[in-house]
Design a protein around this ligand. Sequence first.
Ligand code: ADP
Ligand code: MG
Length: 404
Amino acid sequence: MSPKVTAPGRKTLPLLPGSTLGVMGGGQLGRMFVHAAQATGYFTAVLDPDPDSPAGRISHHHLHADYLDSDALGRLSRLADAVTTEFENVPAQALATLAGDVPVAPAADAVAIAQDRIREKAHFVRCSAASGIGCAPYAVIENADHLAAVSADLLPGILKTARMGYDGKGQQGVQTLAELAAAWEATGRVPCVLEKRLPLALECSVIVARGHDGQAVHFPPQRNLHRGGILAVTEVHEQALPPAVAARAVEAARAIADGIGYVGVLCVEFFMLEDGSLVANEMAPRPHNSGHYTMDACDVSQFDLQVRTLAGLPLVAPRQHSPAIMLNLLGDLWFAEGSDQQRDPAWAQVLAVPGTHLHLYGKTEARRGRKMGHLNITGADIASVRAAAAQAAALLGLPDSTAS
Ligand code: ADP
Ligand code: MG
């Protein structure tokens, strides 16, 4: 790869260790990016309004300011040699502003597409010839005329706000056109998509890392189980997905990344329907909860590749060395059933189970539904991983949910 010249006086890519990598957002994804960057010898800078953010607290530099604060953006672009983002709701405008001074990956345009379900779906449709797959039948609802024009063929459906939705938030199931009208009213008439509810056989996702030179690598596809709209379990091993489905999902994710000239780590979520077909659900312009297994089951993690794509370092195809199951650890685990009293989950017992790797995000307050950490379970074979996951789940009071 030939080095790229950036602004005068700026370092050129690749940025070698010793440089400073910036990240917009200080949540757990930012924290794991900071860990990966620091482990390789980079300095880090985090911009997040929360003075107590999980990533800010461990970063060399922590700017606590609003994402659109021009003073803070100026300081970040002077501190950092390149900037990435850890969650898609960082205003794309902030990334565009930073890009005037410093390399930014992913680009503001790509993040803007992922932040808006209307643009995201249009992108999936645009890529469908190259990706081989489309998305769920849907209608855009931005005004009363759009609402009146909705076909009953899309019912029963799910009304999703175009922006700011995550973990099932901003979604309402609707059975009838009257329910749809009431649901849209309840959003405050913000732009939405109505999606047909599809018969899902399973959910999966693929993480792709694509460099400045257009070269891309991917991790093995994940099979995901959600509870209450939040990811609960991810499994990655040879039996997790039908091989043809896994191969199609990888091809599609790569085409979706290529289609926007994406630079960085991208996760694409898919549904496999009962008839075996695959549809693209949504994409995240950053590492993803379903990719956390890579931290312990692969020779490089999704955060290592986020560092490499940002720094313009070579990408090598990741190798998964162990079958893996990831259990998400939500704040609910800190409360005994039916009680508001907080207690620590049984970490010592969980860590006595062979192959368990505990990752906690340093959040001081546990709240129900809040992502507090995850537990990766690896082993020599999937039978032992399943047994260990069942044991750990029982110790934590989680349902035994290992799929397939
Ligand atoms: P979020 O941004 O909250 O992750 P998603 O669009 O991924 O939003 O929806 C969350 C979950 O809801 C999905 O993982 C899936 O389980 C379910 N879901 C979403 N859309 C559909 C659909 N069209 N048909 C069936 N289930 C769906
Ligand atoms: Mg989702």
